[in-house]
Design a protein around this ligand. Structure first.
Ligand code: PAN
Ligand code: ZN
Length: 179
């Protein structure tokens, strides 16, 4: 494989290049992670669905020799009192991940068997997620929250873990002390 480059606009958070796959997640995709089902029904009234975030991924290979990067763009918004969030997952293989905030105002919720942490996550914040920590991002601002993440390409994803057990913390408009 030859080296290659992508182009990330650090102001807009737009990423361009070959080898990029863009996926979109909507409120419907998040339906099992949303507690306030009444608020969800209200939001979707008269609408087919609402996009919550997109993830642009570059995975040069699928083995431990490679590194995958993603640029996530999480929209601002609330379902009732709860801020828009990413679905959240733990990596199937206990591998680490780096997160870099590019724009917007967010929080990163991290948890393992014993504890959870809520870290401020905005432009310039570089957060190391050690192996074995589940993670979810929350947009608590009025603009898109854009961030880059990088992990070993064979890490794998476990989403069921989060849906079945639930996240240890929901971030509500009233949680002002956190942001
Ligand atoms: C991120 C996340 C991304 C979307 O790239 O995958 O922000 O969140 P969900 O995957 O939980 O829907 C990452 O942590 N990758 O490993
Ligand atoms: Zn991850």
């Amino acid at each position: 494989m030859d080296p290659f480059s992508l182009r990330l606009n650090l102001n807009s958070g737009d990423v361009k290049g070959n080898n990029l796959i863009v996926e979109s997640k909507t409120l419907f995709d998040l339906r099992y992670s949303i507690q306030n089902q009444k608020a969800l029904t209200k939001l979707l009234k008269n609408k087919k669905d609402i996009e919550v975030y997109t993830v642009s991924t570059c995975e040069p290979g699928h083995t431990a020799a490679h590194l995958t990067i993603h640029v996530t763009r999480l929209k601002p918004g609330k379902i009732g009192e709860e801020f828009f969030f990413t679905k959240g997952h733990i990596h199937k293989k206990p591998t680490a991940e780096w997160y870099l905030g590019i724009s917007g105002t967010g929080l990163l919720l991290l948890w393992n068997k014993n504890k959870h942490l809520v870290l401020p996550f905005s432009r310039g914040d570089l957060i190391y997620i050690p192996p074995g920590w589940a993670h979810r991002t929350i947009n608590v601002g009025d603009e898109d929250l854009v961030f880059l993440s990088c992990h070993r390409s064979d890490a794998g994803y476990d989403y069921d873990f989060v849906v079945e057990k639930g996240a240890p913390k929901r971030i509500l408009a009233s949680d002002k002390e956190l942001f």
